[in-house]
Design a protein around this ligand. Sequence first.
Ligand code: PLP
Length: 396
Amino acid sequence: MTDTKRPTMKIDTQAVWAAEEGPFPYGAATMPIVSSATFAYEDLDTWQAVALHERVGHIYSRNSNPTLAVLEQKIALMDGTEAAAGFATGMAAISSTLFALLSPGQRVVSIRDSYGGTNVLFEEFLPRFGIAAKLCNTTDFDEIEREIAAGCTVLYLETPTNPTLKVLDIERLATAAHRVGAVVVTDNTFATPCNQMPAALGSDIVLYSATKFLAGHSDVLGGLVSGRADLVARIHHFREIAGATLHADAAYAILRGMKTLALRMERHNQSAQRIARHLAAHAKVSAVYYPGLETHPGHAIAARQMRGFGGVLAFVPRGGHAELRTVLDSLKLAQRAAHLGGVATTAGPPAVTSHVELTAEERARAGIPESLVRYSVGIEDASDLIADLDQALARI
Ligand SMILES: Cc1ncc(COP(=O)(O)O)c(C=O)c1O
């Protein structure tokens, strides 16, 4: 996978051009959706040469597909990695990565604050296959380093975390993991390649729920894995067999979304910063979580390893569950939905969004307040969003 334009291209240019220089079939201006389950050949020799990777081509869309291949190449170029593979959902990307890279008797070290679905993989599914998962206090880097030294095949990171926006020091933890020969995986869903480049900080694999910011329009599910070619080959092989591949229609929708990713992220970053500052000074708000605030415990690390602080923040309205309900139900410019990263602002409590799979006790243990509002700032005018938040908070 090579792209001679890459060294001179900035991320906004890559968002438009990377892997999409063409030429495309029929002189099309964009990569067409190749919605073909299989690929037919005129003769056996050609078919066989493609099957044996002696000739470029495709055999069957569970294994590879032309539209998906463009998306895979694009994310690899934007992440600065060697290769990529697309999956039906973010969770398919995460579970395939873990099952492809881990074997019985091995151990994954991770954090308590990983996305709820990922947490269920660690707590419920991996142990059933004899794979231990040690979940550390998310920002206790000394503890994470101790656990890495005690035995680690995969170090699994997610930063900023969902929903309390904790920040991990990727470079420091990746260095510790490489010392014991572990593979470092980072969920970069919240940051996207526009705000954070985990591979440049030492992560061997970068993965995404493409459903969120990458696609950006709340109309498609998808997952992406990019990283070292040898590791991606193992994960891709698992996908070929487990079968959770990304359909060409979905790949196209994600590709289209990604063309405006840099523009959207710029707006998400600016608006979230402004709204976080506003809420931090609001009398009806008791806490705000956003790595762009100087008061955020992870601000210094975020300022070092991120180019922007992202579009998701969280806040706690003063009071309890009744006040949370009042605020959420009063918002006019926010979809009450289990989602984030779309062009429209989305809000919801972790109990029905990121951590719906966990019990109230498990959420409490993970340090997630029940009255937290996760607020994914869309691309609307920030003044309108602030006015909407003000009128909702005024009802408390
Ligand atoms: C950080 C993070 N990782 C992974 C996922 C899972 O992605 P998907 O819903 O596409 O399976 C999500 C979903 O919300 C997420 O927020």
